[in-house]
Design a protein around this ligand. Structure first.
Ligand code: NAP
Length: 248
C-alpha cells in the first residue's frame, strides 16, 4: 500500500500523523502556495501534477495504490482532477472533508452561492471589511474600491495587491476568539467576509463576529465530485483497511 495524500489543510496534517503512526507508506503532496509549508512525518512532494494527465502519469509511475484527497473544501480544481485521474486508473479515492460551519443563535450570517458573489453583498457606502478568503481570489473585490479591506495572509504578498485600500497582517492559524475579537475591534471592522471552510482553526472570526454583533457574509462550498467522503482520519483508516479493496 502506498498512499498519495493531497494536502494543504489541518486535516491533511492530522491524516499524515495517523498514517505515519500506523506505519502506512505515504507521500504528502502540497500545491506549493506557501513559502514554508508545515513539516510532515513522511516524504513530501511540492507543486502541481500538470492536470489530469499529469496526475495519471504520477499515479502510474509512483506506485500509488490509494489517494486521500484532504485538500481544502474550496480547492475544487484539485478535487476534480483527483476524481478524474483515479477513475481513469481505477485507483481507490476518498475525500477527507471537514463539516461545514452552521450558524448558531446570535449569528447574523448572509450566505451567497460563490466567492464571486461576495462583493455584491456589501453595502454601497464605504465599509471596513475583514476579508478572510485567502489571497487567490481577492481580485473579485477590485470592482468595490470604496471599502477598506483587512487581509490576514500566511506570506507577505510578492506582487501589488489588486485592492487599493488594504491593511495586511501576516499570521498562520489556528486563531482564537479573544484574539479575533481584539483584531476586529482594533480595525473597526463592520463586515466579515469568508468562505464556508469549516473546521476549528478558522472559526474564531465567526465567534468574534457574533460577540460583536457583526454581519458575516459567507460563500457556500462548491459541489465536488465523488461520494466517498470521510470526516475523520479514523474513518479513512477504516476505509483503507476494510473498504477500499472492495471499491466501497
Ligand atoms: P485548486 O484551485 O483546486 O487547484 C489548482 C491547481 O493547483 C491544481 O489543479 C493542481 O495543479 C494544484 N494543486 C492544488 N492542490 C494541490 C496539492 N495538494 N498537491 C499538488 N498540486 C495541487 O487549489 P487551490 O484552491 O488553489 O488550493 C491550493 C492548495 O491550498 C490546496 O492544497 C488546498 O488544500 C490549499 N488551501 C486552499 C484553500 C482555498 O480556500 N482554496 C484554503 C486553504 C488551503 P495541477 O493541475 O498542475 O496538478
Amino acid at each position: 500500500m502506498h498512499i498519495l495524500l493531497l494536502g494543504g489543510t489541518t486535516e491533511a496534517s492530522l491524516m499524515a500523523r495517523t498514517l505515519a503512526d500506523a506505519g502506512v507508506q505515504a507521500t504528502f503532496s502540497y500545491a506549493g502556495r506557501t513559502l514554508s509549508p508545515v513539516a510532515q512525518p513522511m516524504p513530501i512532494r511540492v507543486g502541481g501534477f500538470g492536470g489530469v494527465a499529469g496526475l495519471i502519469n504520477y499515479l502510474r509511475t509512483s506506485g500509488t495504490t490509494h489517494v486521500i484527497d484532504a485538500t481544502h473544501p474550496f480547492a475544487a480544481g484539485m478535487s476534480a482532477n483527483a476524481f478524474a485521474a483515479c477513475h481513469r486508473t481505477s485507483t481507490p479515492l476518498i475525500r477527507l472533508e471537514r463539516a461545514p460551519w452552521r450558524p448558531q443563535q446570535g449569528d447574523d450570517w448572509r450566505r451567497v452561492p460563490k466567492v464571486e458573489d461576495l462583493p455584491r453583498a456589501l453595502p454601497d457606502a464605504p465599509a471596513r471589511v475583514f476579508l478572510a478568503i485567502g489571497k487567490q481570489q481577492i481580485g473579485v473585490f477590485a470592482s468595490h474600491p470604496q471599502h477598506h479591506y483587512l487581509l490576514r495572509l500566511v506570506d507577505a504578498p510578492v506582487a501589488p495587491l489588486p485592492l487599493r485600500d488594504t491593511t495586511v497582517i501576516l499570521a498562520r492559524g489556528p486563531f482564537d476568539q479573544a484574539g479575533d475579537t481584539a483584531l476586529l475591534r482594533e480595525h473597526r471592522i463592520t463586515h466579515v467576509m469568508c468562505k464556508n471552510a469549516g473546521g476549528a482553526g478558522a472559526r474564531a472570526k465567526l465567534d468574534a463576529a457574533r460577540a460583536l454583533g457583526l454581519p458575516v457574509i459567507m460563500a457556500d462550498r462548491p459541489v465536488l465530485p465523488g461520494n466517498k467522503v470521510a470526516d475523520s482520519p479514523a474513518q479513512v483508516m477504516n476505509w483503507l483497511h476494510h473498504g477500499a479493496e472492495r471499491g466501497v
